[in-house]
Design a protein around this ligand. Structure first.
Ligand code: FES
Ligand code: FES
Length: 155
């Protein structure tokens, strides 16, 4: 099949690439662009390790085709800190609350939590749990992740 040209922004940087029509956004981010903060877990849209924001909306990049981001703004965990290196409020909350153990799931959780924070609405605990239900963690038992997310939403 013919390769296709796509143009998008990744963490504010203009990207112009020729891709195969079947290439996933995760493959493009990790293999073509070398941004390895976004993780591959299940590879089939179940675990949320690969969550990135497309136009501010969390998507599972392992099942999201690269051609779909043409003209869009894409953000990964590498884009959360400020240019001066200061971590985002959500990242700070995860560190302060010990919401990270092995860290494999953390980029995905941070992207889902950041999308919640940026939409500006208030969340009950049940709504926080529901909003994070597409992200799996094998280590923490979720309690600290939920508490850290609530703290990050308030700060
Ligand atoms: S790696 Fe994408 S949802 Fe698991
Ligand atoms: S901290 Fe290890 S999978 Fe979540």
């Amino acid at each position: 099949m013919n390769r296709m040209q796509i143009n998008f922004t990744l963490n504010g940087k203009d990207i112009h690439l020729e891709i195969e029509p079947g290439e996933t956004l995760l493959e493009i981010i990790r293999k073509r662009l070398g941004e390895i903060g976004t993780k591959k877990g299940c590879g089939v849209g179940e675990c949320g390790a690969c969550t990135v924001l497309v136009e501010g909306r969390p998507v599972d990049s392992c099942i999201y085709l690269g051609i779909w981001v043409n003209g869009n703004d894409v953000r990964t965990v590498e884009g959360l800190a400020a240019k001066d290196g200061n971590l985002s409020e959500m990242q700070e909350a995860y560190i302060e609350d010990g919401a990270v153990q092995c860290g494999f799931c953390t980029p995905g959780f941070l992207m889902s939590a950041t999308a919640m924070k940026e939409n500006g609405r208030k969340y009950t605990r049940e709504e926080v749990k529901r909003a994070l239900s597409g992200n799996f963690c094998r280590c923490t038992g979720y309690k600290k992740i939920i508490e850290a997310t609530e703290k990050g939403l308030k700060s």
